[in-house]
Ligand binder design. Structure first.
Ligand SMILES: CC(C)(COP(=O)(O)OP(=O)(O)OC[C@H]1O[C@@H](n2cnc3c(N)ncnc32)[C@H](O)[C@@H]1OP(=O)(O)O)[C@@H](O)C(=O)NCCC(=O)NCCS
Length: 415
């Protein structure tokens, strides 16, 4: 049967540059910062890094899953305006949950291909910490003796009511289906932590991240806003979750569900963070070498109860339609939503482990939902530039049952 799903090729769409903030554990030093401010920080940083004047931006695309501030409705617009983008330039909110970062780039590619925009500022910002505690039915008042309940949006949002299970349980389903042992899951997690620690020791993340400190953002005609870190913290300079972690230590952690394989140590960490990427047409490069070419995208649906398998059909569709084989891909970055999920994806596709998540994955670094896709893409692009190899793939599963993948090409390796 022909693979179903959506595929698009992008002949000339450049990923000019990209950057992210450090990813910081739940309720850590970024826990009180609004996602809009984190997004402004990342957006300004990518413009600065690319030495691009904000007046050149024709379109702003932004993503953030949590309604984590009272100006959440205007997050894309506020990010654009406080990054100095012209007031006449529109801004759009984009969401595909864990693949939101990819979807930003796909839509930017479409706008560029259609001639609607020459340069697009893509920003994703997630404050998992500021996920609200909510009640949907209280506006009309409380019935005497009725329930006056508030729920944790973060916890509830990681549950899929269509199938009545949490995201972690979707990984347990996969572990049973693929007979993936706790030891295999812990081994992958230990490798994720080890790779992240090794990459950090080599200074790999220094160039990928912009540090976050107290800062005011001003723009003509607008009220100033900004970032205030907790007292005593001057700057957030690196990811907080990676730590020395042995398989033995991981094996001591209790499973989250009885007889399950997933634990707090081998599931993705819950973190806050933002990232930004500038996309542009070949003409707008004006002689500059982009960080990467975006060559193609694919999006598919999979069964919600095994949503973590999404990258398998997404990557198959991407490669099939792009006319490439697995051997053509020098590096893969696939989101580690849960350990059993990434092991199943790696085994199903037959990807050599050394070509997958070489600098550590979300188990070690964390998964700030909307922003993750941009981190994966930036990492693939940087790895290709560092190795001189040609093609890389970034992919992620999506809660609810989807998978998405992007194909990137190193401009310095193009034949
Ligand atoms: C799994 C999860 C529930 C754990 O949350 P948590 O209980 O708040 O996790 P903590 O960070 O407090 O860790 C729990 C314990 O494990 C320990 N631990 C976690 N990672 C560890 C590691 N790498 N090495 C050693 N110990 C570790 C912690 O130190 C802590 O120990 P303590 O209780 O003695 O302090 C949460 O991370 C989660 O929901 N992750 C998945 C998110 C998700 O599904 N995202 C969407 C994907 S589609």
């Amino acid at each position: 049967m022909k693979a179903r799903g959506q595929f698009r090729a992008f002949p000339a769409t450049a990923l000019l540059d990209g950057i992210r903030t450090p990813w910081v554990d739940l309720n850590g030093p970024l826990g009180l910062v609004s996602p809009t401010d984190l997004g402004i920080k990342a957006g300004r940083a990518v413009l600065q890094r690319a030495r691009l004047d904000a007046s050149e931006v024709d379109s702003v695309l932004a993503g953030s899953m949590a309604q984590a501030d009272f100006d959440a409705y205007m997050l894309p617009r506020h990010i654009g305006l406080y990054c100095g983008v012209d007031q006449a330039v529109p801004a759009l909110m984009v969401q595909r949950i864990c693949a939101t970062g990819f979807e930003l780039l796909r839509q930017a590619g479409e706008q560029i291909q259609a001639g609607e925009a020459g340069t697009v500022l893509c920003v994703a910002a997630e404050s998992m910490s500021r996920n609200p505690i909510v009640a949907y039915t209280h506006r009309g008042g409380f019935r005497l003796g009725g329930e006056v309940g508030f729920k944790d949006f973060l916890w509830e949002a990681l549950f899929d009511p269509a199938v009545g299970i949490s995201m972690i349980q979707t990984a347990e389903n996969i572990a049973r289906q693929y007979q993936i042992s706790r030891a295999a899951v812990d081994a992958w997690a230990a490798q994720s932590f080890a790779r992240a620690m090794a990459a950090r020791a080599q200074g790999w993340f220094t160039d990928e991240c912009v540090s976050v400190s107290n800062e005011m953002f001003e723009a003509p005609g607008l009220l100033p806003r900004g970032i205030r870190l907790p007292r005593g913290i001057e700057a957030v300079t690196e990811d907080s979750h990676p730590r020395a972690t042995s398989p033995q230590r991981l094996q001591q952690l209790s499973p989250l569900y009885p007889q399950g394989v997933q634990t707090a140590g081998n599931s993705c960490a819950v973190v806050d963070g933002a990232a930004a990427v500038l996309m542009c047409s070949a003409e707008r490069l004006a002689g500059r070498k982009p960080l990467a070419w975006l060559r193609a995208s694919s999006v598919v649906g999979v069964a919600p109860e095994v949503m973590g398998l999404g990258p398998v059909p997404a990557i198959r569709l991407l490669l099939e339609r792009a006319g490439l084989s697995l051997d053509d891909i020098a590096c893969f970055e696939i989101n580690e939503a849960q350990g059993a999920q990434i092991v199943a994806v790696q085994r199903s596709l037959g990807i050599a482990p050394e070509r997958l998540n070489a600098c550590g994955g979300a188990i070690a670094l964390g998964h700030p939902l909307a922003a993750t896709g941009l981190r994966l893409v930036i990492s693939v692009a940087r790895q290709l530039r560092a190795s001189g190899q040609r093609y890389g793939v970034a992919s992620a599963c999506v809660g609810g049952g989807q998978g998405m993948a992007l194909l990137l090409e190193n401009p310095l390796a193009v034949a």
